[in-house]
Ligand binder design. Structure first.
Ligand SMILES: [Zn+2]
Length: 291
């Protein structure tokens, strides 16, 4: 098996989107990258932290980077030591990380740090997977021309209903900053609620909202795990198909996929061709070739 990955903070990011009062626990990743990836020979986990815009309260002094690193490493440990389902491991992980700061932070705050989750685990003859929120898992299945794409579209669906004001404004303007803050606050009202979208944060029951599945391991030739900052080449910019993205990952590597994302972003610096919340986002691409 071969695993390759690349991860890159959004260009120009300098911790602007992390915790509101000092990032007490954020000792790692001082480029501000709020994506996380970790792997063992049998388990892979990708998280994408949801940021709090500068000036907004989150109730947590640790910040988003701390949250994703804490949850990501807890999940990886759980996947290698715990034989429970991925949903159970995620629920336990959310609970364990909440217990690390519930005595000092206000975890009832609607803006407390959160993260998307993709988990993949190989057991005896199976490959188990779990996806929560809008990171993407692409599976190259033997004998199948089109890859199997697992992505939870609830974030996107709720987002589309509330983003028209923001999308009509040029990035960089004061009006856009205000509209983006309002959009983020509106999204918070739909976070982890029935009829809204689900993301790892404080409540372990959120894990039950994950998309999960199992395939015979021998049927999966390769898997790609992508944060939405990387998957946007396909699902937002539509500059490649999922099959082409897999081919790029295999032939040229994850760094090339991210390079193509940045190249596209630079051609549209105000978000007029491709309206988006962030002109650049943290981008992580992982390619696992099972052979
Ligand atoms: Zn905290």
């Amino acid at each position: 098996m071969r695993i390759t990955f690349a991860t890159e903070a959004a260009p120009g990011r300098q911790n602007a989107d992390t915790g509101s009062t000092g990032n007490a626990g954020n000792t790692a990743g001082n480029d501000g990258n709020e994506d996380f990836f970790g792997a063992t020979p049998d388990a892979f986990v990708l998280l994408d932290g949801a940021g709090t815009p500068a000036g907004a309260e989150s109730g947590c002094d640790h910040g988003v980077s701390w949250y994703v690193r804490s949850l990501g490493s807890t999940l990886l440990a759980g996947m290698t030591q715990d034989t429970g389902t991925l949903t159970e491991i995620l629920a336990n992980g959310i609970k364990a990380v909440a217990s690390l700061h519930d005595f000092v932070c206000d975890l009832t705050h609607p803006g407390s740090p959160s993260a998307t989750v993709v988990m993949v685990r190989r057991t005896a003859g199976d490959l188990d997977f779990l996806v929560l929120a809008d990171s993407v898992l692409v599976l190259d299945v033997v004998g199948q021309a089109e890859p199997t794409v697992v992505c939870d579209d609830r974030v996107d669906r709720i987002g589309r209903a509330h983003r028209s004001t923001m999308d009509g404004l040029a990035h960089g303007s004061a009006e856009h900053v205000t509209a983006r803050r309002e959009y983020v606050e509106t999204m918070r009202d739909h976070r982890n609620r029935e009829g809204g979208f689900w993301i790892a944060a404080v409540d372990p029951l959120t894990a039950e909202q994950s998309l999960t599945g199992t395939l015979p391991a021998h049927r999966v030739r390769a898997a790609a795990l992508l944060s939405d900052g990387a998957s946007r080449l396909v699902d937002l910019f539509e500059l490649a198909t999922w099959r082409e993205a897999l081919d790029t990952l295999e032939r040229s590597g994850p760094g090339e996929l991210i390079r193509r994302v940045r190249e596209a972003e630079h051609t549209d610096p105000e978000g007029s061709r491709w309206p988006r919340t962030k002109i650049h986002d943290d981008a992580t691409a992982v390619y696992c070739l099972f052979g």
